[in-house]
Design a protein around this ligand. Sequence first.
Ligand SMILES: [Zn+2]
Ligand SMILES: [Zn+2]
Length: 225
Amino acid sequence: MTVRLRRIVVGPLATNCWVLHADGDRRALVVDPGDEPDRVRAAVAGLDVVAVVLTHAHWDHVLGAGAVGAPVLAHADDGPVWPHELATLDRLGHWDAGTATADLRAAGHPLRPEGPLWDGRVDDHLVDGQVLTVGPLAVDVLHTPGHTPGGVSLHVEGHVLTGDTLFPGGPGLTGWPLSDFSTIMGSVRRLAALPAVTAVHPGHGPSTTIGAERPHLDDWEDRGW
Ligand SMILES: [Zn+2]
Ligand SMILES: [Zn+2]
């Protein structure tokens, strides 16, 4: 079964929103519709979106979640994350973009929501080991906490969508109050046990493979980020 993966880069943090379906089948998942809902909707025109999956509930992954018109799925352990994001917006007047915040604001990104905020509604909770059926595809849900408590990765047919858990060159950032470095390294080690040829598609930037990243895990552990 050939997997079709389409990437739509959305929002000020260039978040990768993924549309996933089997070749020749209309049933699709939308993963991390983080912003620009019009572009996300245009990308799924002609497809039947069976669900929206949030790899985690950081603002840059969720803002378009309610606009796709499909049930929203996320891990229950990320329940505190979206309220924390809203509290940050309330307190600072803009989103927290981690280490990129100052540079983005200096470059003129207000880091404030332009459209309506996501209402935070999650229709169903994902659990580790769950299999999502997307037409003929079986998509495995892996709970990969650390960047956030309820981070998930999706594994399907030689591809893994890792959200902000695993990138080329290291794990996602763990500077947020709800993040934990040793937890994310446990998740990264679990992902690294996938076959070496597995394509890794993160929540921002280019893709990589498990085989390209696996040799570096001990270095990441040693450097501490
Ligand atoms: Zn994140
Ligand atoms: Zn992100």
